[in-house]
Design a protein around this ligand. Structure first.
Ligand code: WT7
Length: 640
């Protein structure tokens, strides 16, 4: 059998990296158990993995270990480096800046943890966090971790319905939100949206209290008995709080993400394995150093923010930066100034941000120093060789490794990258699986593996510590979604190509998930929102290439009666059902959708028609009504 762990011949990597891969290969259990030594445990684990991908599927890491995550991220560092900056926060208004040392952050977290306990939050209960880019977002997550509450961070761009769906599914007891979120010149009414969401959950709603952080000080309606001022509450509490001792497999958080079918999935991450993975991957991928100023630009409501704004850097005792503002408001170059002002050493962002910066005048980036930068990274979507090279040359000034990191909500942290300083980067390729990460490319039927050079479905053949344990209250869906396509493997939903020397290129999702500027959007969610309009018979959402966003959404809608439905109304339904961020580029009202004889919508055709790739539509003979295609092309052309 092929040696699944070893590096392919020809891969030029640092000796230390090669040795790590060899160790992981030689004795994975010992390798992963040694990694548990990164953390401080109340009870150290005696074994690493008890996971399996067959039968009922179990993901279990460090099962008999006990720890508290917030203690690992705070108390440990308060002992050794209390005055080191843990968190630098910059607001979008000039001069707004706050530095929280490890001592300060610990105190803030403890005060809020005490508030939550006083409000009756117990170990295992869910707390929803719906905050903009303010320090309290980090404080809230760690306060939950301190008392063993499971946090559910919700994106500020979700509509009231989107919020309600997730709050109900997780049956959160307490919500932490803000009066407003600042976004350039706009104020986003966070509290008002949350009120609407909670009204939608009203029957049997689980939420007892809403803590409201004052971001801008505007007055918002407060519901007597339910809503409380965050500032007033924390002011009453002590700056110390005894941490709850948790089992390694107790959930640390749920995070909702989209799949190809059905409602958003509550991905459940563990306390022990996840934290090991956050710390290890932060160190390996970015070659983390003690004096780093680490800036991951992701919102904390995404997994990237969880792992590389909060848990990875803080468990490693680093300094993280959070910036509230947009890259180009009030004028281009804001983020380069943030880097210079704060001497950022590691800058981790998305290809969408890089593409947008590429379109600006070169003088903008060249007018800045950027000399503090040491490592650059991207995540969330493929980065083209052109964008990679621009990032490397213009932002990195040819001096910084650029790490494209491939991973997902379900993986907890990076799985494939060219680790800075260890593995040479290659423009457009994601890199190599991290030491101990065992990937496999499978044939489209999910039964044969593609060895060596080739292309296939991207799978993992064994668990890793950061792997999600299950979906919230739906282990069966977990099993179905990830372990049934390729039996015996975890299937990622992505396709990939492997080069001779082992470098992996991600070819994109092979399911019905669309990646718009790094936002993962399930086409089924869009279609569900569209279907709420009584004039809609059916619809199909597809992704097409988009210069700036990577992919754009296009929706085809069949209306009950001609002339009674217009695209703006469909767009509104998506905005209300999912959120503004998911509103499609283009909506076509059509008479019919192309289907197979068994009634399945042929999305491949819809994608090609939307992308105007009409010369190679492929075999139409399997359609129930091949004529429909020409009619569709005509209708689309009329609406362009
Ligand atoms: C999906 C996961 C990883 C945290 C942010 C997104 C796509 C992610 C890359 C990359 C190509 C990528 C994949 C993946 N993706 N990173 N470096 N190159 N594609 O997490 O929302 O769970 O989305 O994003 O399709 O499956 P997510």
């Amino acid at each position: 059998m092929a040696d699944r762990f070893s590096l392919p011949a020809g891969a030029v990597v640092a000796d230390q990296y090669r040795a790590r891969v060899r160790d992981a290969q030689h004795d994975p259990e010992a390798f992963w158990l040694a990694q548990a030594g990164r953390l401080a445990w109340h009870t150290p684990p005696s074994a690493a993995s008890r996971s399996y991908f067959t039968g009922d599927v179990q993901i279990s890491w460090y099962a008999d270990g006990q720890l508290n995550v917030s203690e690992n991220c705070l108390d440990r560092h308060v002992l050794t480096q209390p005055d080191k900056a843990a968190l630098i926060w910059e607001g979008q208004e000039k001069g707004q800046r706050e530095v929280l040392t490890y001592r300060d952050l610990h105190a803030r977290v403890c005060r809020l943890a005490n508030v939550l306990r006083r409000l009756g939050v117990r170990k295992g209960e869910r707390v929803a966090i719906h905050l903009p880019a303010v320090a309290e977002g980090v404080v809230a997550m760690l306060a939950c971790a301190r008392i063993g509450a499971i946090h559910v961070v919700l994106f500020g761009g979700f509509s009231a319905e989107g919020l309600a769906e997730r709050i109900q599914d997780s049956s959160a007891g307490v919500v932490i939100t803000a009066d407003v979120a600042r976004r350039g010149a706009k104020l986003i009414p966070s509290k008002t949206t949350m009120d609407k969401a909670l009204a939608l959950c009203a029957s049997g709603g689980s939420v007892r209290h809403v803590l409201v952080v004052s971001v801008s000080g505007v007055d918002v309606p407060m519901q007597e008995g339910r809503d409380l001022s965050y500032e007033a509450e924390v002011a009453q509490e002590e700056a110390d709080c005894t941490p709850e001792v948790m089992n390694a497999c107790d959930p640390l958080f749920l995070l909702y993400t989209s799949g190809s079918t059905g409602r958003p999935k509550g991905v459940v991450h563990s306390s022990g394995g996840y934290l090991v993975w956050a710390g290890l991957t932060h160190e390996l991928a970015f070659d983390a150093q003690p004096d780093d100023i680490f800036w991951c630009t992701a919102d904390t409501s995404w997994i990237t923010g969880h792992t590389y704004v909060v848990y990875g850097p803080l468990v490693n005792g680093a300094t993280v930066l959070i910036y509230e503002g947009l890259p180009s408001w009030p004028e281009p170059g804001q983020w380069w100034d943030v880097i210079d002002r704060n001497k950022v050493t590691v800058f981790y962002t998305s290809p969408t941000v890089v593409r947008a910066a590429m379109r600006e005048d070169e003088a903008v980036v060249r007018a800045r120093s950027l000399a503090s930068l040491r490592v650059l990274g991207t995540v969330g979507e493929p980065i083209s060789p052109e964008a990679w090279t621009w990032f490397s040359e213009e932002v990195g000034r040819g001096q910084c490794p650029v790490v494209d990191t491939w991973w997902q909500t379900e993986s907890g942290g990076v799985l494939i990258t060219a680790c800075a300083g260890q593995v040479p980067g290659r423009p457009g390729a994601a890199g190599l699986p991290l030491p101990g990460v065992e990937i496999a490319l499978l044939g489209t039927q999910g039964h044969t593996t593609v060895d060596g050079e080739g292309e296939g479905l991207l799978c993992l053949s064994r668990s890793w510590p950061g792997q999600a344990m299950t979906l919230w209250q739906d282990h069966d869906r977990f099993r179905q979604t990830y372990f049934s396509t390729c039996p015996g493997y975890y299937f990622t939903g992505d396709g990939a190509r492997r080069e001779k020397d082992g470098y992996i290129w991600i070819t994109g999702r092979v399911d019905d998930v669309v990646n718009v500027s790094g936002h993962r959007i399930g086409t089924a969610e869009i279609e569900d929102a569209v279907a709420t309009d009584p004039e809609v018979v059916e619809s199909a959402a597809v992704g097409i290439p988009h210069d700036l966003k990577g992919q754009g959404l296009v929706v085809y809608v069949v209306a009950r009666e001609e002339g009674r439905l217009d695209p703006a109304r469909v767009a509104r339904a998506v905005g209300e059902g999912v959120g503004r961020y998911a509103v499609p580029e283009k909506i076509y009202i059509v008479k019919d959708l192309p289907k197979t004889r068994s009634g399945k919508i042929v999305r491949r055709l819809l994608r090609k028609i939307a992308a105007d790739e009409l010369d190679n539509l492929g075999d139409l003979s399997t359609l129930s009504d091949p004529e429909c295609v020409q009619a569709l092309i005509r209708q689309v052309a009329e609406q362009n």
